[in-house]
Design a protein around this ligand. Structure first.
Ligand code: SF4
Ligand code: SF4
Length: 463
């Protein structure tokens, strides 16, 4: 390609030369990929809206309560003490997405990203329903202002606001919990004015994104989208136009031998462009705006079928496959990312397996020394904090494993409710003969019934 042909790379396609927005009136695709995407989208949407209302052992299925530092994943509660698991889990997810992107391109963007799913499967479908196809929308937008245009626009924006409001409440349910959100809904806005204002602000933000900002999120704002230039290479599988087969593009003429006429399979029907939600022409090559939604594949396949040409002129393949016919290769980059992802998943599995059901901290009271109780007996005072991470009440006790001595609890028992913490103090008494100078190592056992659940090492200060 010469520089002129490459000029489309100088600015994003949704911006004209004066810097104004070129509105994308994408037509609705129709084909097997769109059907598959619809199924995937509805499953994910169902999960997104249902998850905060599903309870597992009394806990919300997913909760990310940053304010109270309480995180629940599939009913398992993570305490601030488990934060390292959360961080490793997050890093693993990010590295997995990077690995996946290196091999499969932006599948996430086109098929699973909430922005695309809401935009293409919810908001744009409502637009098709009320205002017709992309072409009809363009004609109506450029036409005169009529009552027909007005009521359609009002109805569409009203529904957009209602859905934005529903999205805001669902997002809130993931943060503060579905029960709390229900409380907010049934109470008066004046009872929770700051929450009410936050709901209005976020509803407005979602409405703005889906009604106006749209594909600009993917092209200009999303950091993952901006990373594509660094992640993709010629071996990455992406939605790609087979220029070797397609060029020179020209309309189909009846009875013409296209090969003899030096023409390719692209009949220049422009359907691939008309369905593209980011407004690009995939025949120009790989572009940053392409979210790999596969809409152009459906559009082109329908044209190929119409003219009895083989499907797949636009298909998921790599640049190397188009250029040299070479198939998928394990490059050092793919091997490195895959190894890193596997290692992180391994670490996560081990840490999850070793995650204790109780977490105990025992510390000698700060600044305290030993106390002489009798002629040959000394005591130290300790603070304890125990977190019960299980779904059952625990009846615990602290015992001295070594050396021999006695533990005297300040309260009567260590009864600890599920998912709660208990703290208090206790004394340890040791005979003079077991002391090893000023600091004697201690081993304490925390028992739940007969089961030893944790072993704690600390020291005893002596004379
Ligand atoms: S070029 Fe094709 S795959 Fe890429 S965003 Fe446009 S329609 Fe989707
Ligand atoms: S849909 Fe296929 S045939 Fe039509 S212009 Fe696009 S690439 Fe060419």
């Amino acid at each position: 390609m010469n520089n002129d042909q490459n000029s489309f790379r100088d600015r994003i396609v949704t911006m004209n030369e004066e810097g104004r927005r070129n509105w994308v009136y994408a037509n609705q695709p129709n084909g097997r990929y769109y059907t598959a995407r619809t199924i995937v989208a509805w499953i994910l949407l169902l999960f997104l809206f249902a998850a905060p209302h599903i309870k597992v052992a009394g806990e919300q299925l997913l909760l990310f309560n940053i304010l109270q530092r309480k995180f629940v994943l599939f009913g398992v509660v993570f305490w601030p003490q488990d934060f390292h698991l959360f961080v490793i889990g997050l890093i693993t997810i990010i590295i997995s997405i990077v690995t996946f992107t290196v091999v499969y391109g932006r599948v996430w963007c086109g098929w699973a990203c909430p922005q695309t799913i809401f935009m293409e499967m919810v908001f744009r479908r409502i637009e098709y329903w009320i205002e017709g196809s992309g072409d009809q929308q363009r004609i109506r937008a450029k036409g005169e202002d009529t009552f027909d245009k007005l009521w359609r626009s009002l109805l569409k924006h009203f529904i957009f606001i209602v859905i934005s409001w529903a999205i805001t409440h669902t997002m809130m349910a993931y943060i503060v919990g579905a029960d709390k959100v229900h409380e907010y809904i049934v109470s008066s806005p004046s009872d929770n004015l700051s929450v009410f204002i936050a709901i209005m602000v976020f509803t407005g933000a979602f409405y703005f994104v889906f009604a106006y900002f749209r594909e600009q999120v993917c092209s200009l704002v999303c950091p993952y989208g901006r990373l594509q230039g660094a992640l993709l290479d010629n071996n990455t599988l992406m939605v790609t136009y087979d220029y070797k087969r397609g060029e020179g593009r020209a309309p189909m003429r009846k009875g013409e031998d296209r090969i003899a006429a030096g023409k390719g399979d692209c009949v220049n029907c422009n359907k691939c462009v008309s369905v593209c939600p980011t407004g690009i022409d995939i025949r120009n090559g790989i572009q940053l705006e392409c979210i790999n939604c596969t809409a152009c594949m459906d559009a082109c396949d329908s044209t190929m079928r119409r003219y009895n040409l083989p499907e797949g002129l636009i298909r998921i393949t790599s640049q190397n496959n188009i250029q040299n016919g070479s198939s998928f290769k394990w490059t050092p980059r793919i091997i490195a990312y895959t190894a890193l992802t596997t290692a992180l998943i391994g670490v996560l599995v081990v840490l999850f397996t070793l995650r204790s059901s109780y977490e105990t901290t025992i510390l000698r009271v700060q600044g305290s020394l030993y106390q002489k109780i009798e002629e040959d007996t000394y005591s130290n005072i300790y603070n304890y904090k125990i977190i019960n991470k299980t779904e059952h009440e625990g009846n615990l006790r602290i015992e001295l494993v070594s050396p021999k001595g006695t533990v005297e609890l300040a309260g009567s028992s260590l009864l600890i409710k599920k998912q709660e913490k208990l703290q208090g103090a206790f004394l340890i008494k040791l005979d003079k003969e077991v002391l090893e100078g000023t600091s004697t190592p201690l081993v304490l056992g925390i028992y739940n019934g007969d089961e030893l659940i944790e072993t704690i090492h600390t020291t005893f200060v002596g004379p």
